[in-house]
Write a protein that binds this ligand. Structure first.
Ligand SMILES: NC(=O)c1ccc[n+]([C@@H]2O[C@H](COP(=O)([O-])OP(=O)(O)OC[C@H]3O[C@@H](n4cnc5c(N)ncnc54)[C@H](O)[C@@H]3O)[C@@H](O)[C@H]2O)c1
Length: 328
C-alpha cells in the first residue's frame, strides 16, 4: 500500500512525545507529513522531550492534556489524520488511581471524538487499543472474536475508548479504526520503571549491570517491535477498508518470559536475573499466557511483523547504550 498518501497531510498525534507516538511522528516526517505532536508530559507517563529532540524544528510540539476540551477542539481542526495514542498505560496505576485512568482513557476519548465530529468530521482516526481488553484468554492464539473481559480498570476504560471510536465511525461517519497492540518495545520506550512495560525496567537494569527480576517465567507472550507497530498504524490510517474495524497486532514469535530474559542476557553479552514469584498486587490482575492471532490485519492490509525479537532487542539495547541518561 502506498504510504505517500501522508505527503503534505496535516497529522495530529496524541501522545506524540511518548514511545510509540514519537517513533510514529518521526516516520510521518520521513513520509512528508506536517506533524503536530500533542502530549501532556505528565512525569509518570512515557512522554519525553528527548524522544523528538532531533526533529523539533520539523514538527509542532504542543504540550497540552487531552482532557482539556478547549485545546483538543482547536488541535483537531484542519487535520487529515489523527493517531490517537495518548493514554495512561500502567495496569497497576489504574487500580490504585482508577479515576485518572477513567478520565484519560475513557472520558477524554469521548470528548476527542466529539471535537472531531463537530470541528473536523472528515478526519481519519486510528486509536491505539490493547490486548488487555481480552483479559485472561479462553483460547490461544487470541483472535478479534475472543470475548472481551478485562481484568483491570485500565482494560475496561481502554475498551470503552475503543468502542467510542467504532461508535462514532458507525453512527456519525467519523472514520475510525483501532489496533489492539500487544507488548510493544523498542527505542524511546520508558525504561525508568515498569509502568509502561516490564521489559523497560529489565533493559535499564541490565545496562546498569544490575540483576533484573523475572516473575515465575513460564508465561508466554508475543512482542511487536515499534517500527512494525508504526507500519501497522500507517497502513490502517491509509486504507478505507479499515473504517469501523479493530485489528490485533502481534509478533513473529511466542516466547516464555524466562527465555526472553535469557535472550536479553545473550544479546547484551552478559547480565543477571533473579527468578521470583509474582507480587500479590500484580498476580490479581495478571492475564496468564497471551499471544495473538494477527491474521485479520495480514489479510486486510498485508501487515506482518518484519523485525525478529532478537534483532529488535539488539537495536533497543544499542539505542539505550547511547542515550541512557535521557531516560532515567
Ligand atoms: N507499548 C505497549 O506495549 C502498548 C500495548 C498496548 C496498548 N498501548 C497503547 O498505545 C498507546 C501509546 O502507548 P506507549 O507505549 O507509546 O506509551 P507512552 O506512555 O510512551 O505514550 C503515551 C503518551 O500519552 C501521553 N499522555 C498520557 N496522558 C495524557 C493526557 N492526558 N494528555 C496528553 N497526553 C497524555 C503520555 O505523556 C505519553 O507520552 C497508549 O494508548 C497505550 O495504551 C501500548
Amino acid at each position: 500500500m502506498q504510504l505517500n498518501i501522508f505527503k503534505n497531510k496535516q497529522v495530529l498525534v496524541t501522545g506524540g512525545l511518548g514511545f510509540i507516538g514519537s517513533n510514529l511522528s518521526k516516520r510521518l516526517l520521513e513520509l512528508g507529513a506536517e506533524v503536530t505532536a500533542v502530549d501532556s508530559l505528565i512525569p509518570e507517563y512515557g512522554g519525553n522531550l528527548f524522544n523528538l529532540a532531533d526533529s523539533e524544528d520539523r514538527l509542532r510540539i504542543n504540550v497540552s492534556d487531552v482532557r482539556d476540551e478547549h485545546s483538543i477542539r482547536y488541535l483537531v481542526q484542519g487535520k487529515d489524520f489523527l493517531f490517537n495514542l495518548a493514554g495512561q498505560t500502567s495496569h497497576l496505576d489504574s487500580m490504585q488511581d482508577p479515576d485518572t485512568d477513567l478520565e484519560i482513557n475513557c472520558r477524554a476519548q469521548l470528548s476527542i471524538l466529539e471535537a472531531c465530529r463537530r470541528f473536523s468530521p472528515d478526519i481519519k482516526i486510528v486509536f491505539a487499543s490493547t490486548r488487555q481488553l481480552y483479559g485472561k484468554p479462553d483460547y490461544l492464539p487470541v483472535d478479534e472474536r475472543h470475548l472481551l473481559r478485562p481484568v483491570d480498570v485500565n482494560g475496561i476504560n481502554k475498551m470503552a475508548g475503543e468502542w467510542y471510536h467504532i461508535l462514532y465511525n458507525n453512527v456519525y461517519g467519523v472514520r475510525a479504526s483501532a489496533l489492539r497492540l500487544t507488548n510493544t518495545y523498542g527505542p524511546r520506550m520508558r525504561i525508568k520503571d515498569a509502568r509502561q512495560t516490564f521489559l523497560g525496567i529489565w533493559i535499564r537494569l541490565i545496562l546498569e549491570r544490575r540483576p533484573f527480576e523475572i516473575w515465575e517465567g513460564e508465561q508466554l507472550r508475543d512482542f511487536t517491535f515499534v517500527d512494525d507497530c508504526v507500519e501497522a498504524l500507517l497502513l490502517t490510517a491509509a486504507s478505507e477498508k479499515t473504517n469501523g474495524q479493530t485489528y490485533n497486532l502481534g509478533g513473529e514469535c511466542i516466547i516464555s518470559l524466562l527465555d526472553l530474559g535469557k535472550m536479553l542476557v545473550e544479546v547484551n553479552g552478559g547480565g543477571e536475573f533473579l527468578l521470583k514469584s509474582f507480587p500479590p498486587e500484580r498476580k490479581r490482575i495478571d492475564i496468564g499466557d497471551y499471544y495473538s492471532d494477527w491474521n485479520l490485519i495480514k489479510e486486510t492490509l498485508g501487515w506482518t511483523p518484519s523485525v525478529s525479537l532478537k534483532d529488535g532487542l539488539i537495536r533497543t539495547l544499542a539505542y539505550y547504550r547511547q542515550n541512557l541518561p535521557h531516560y532515567l
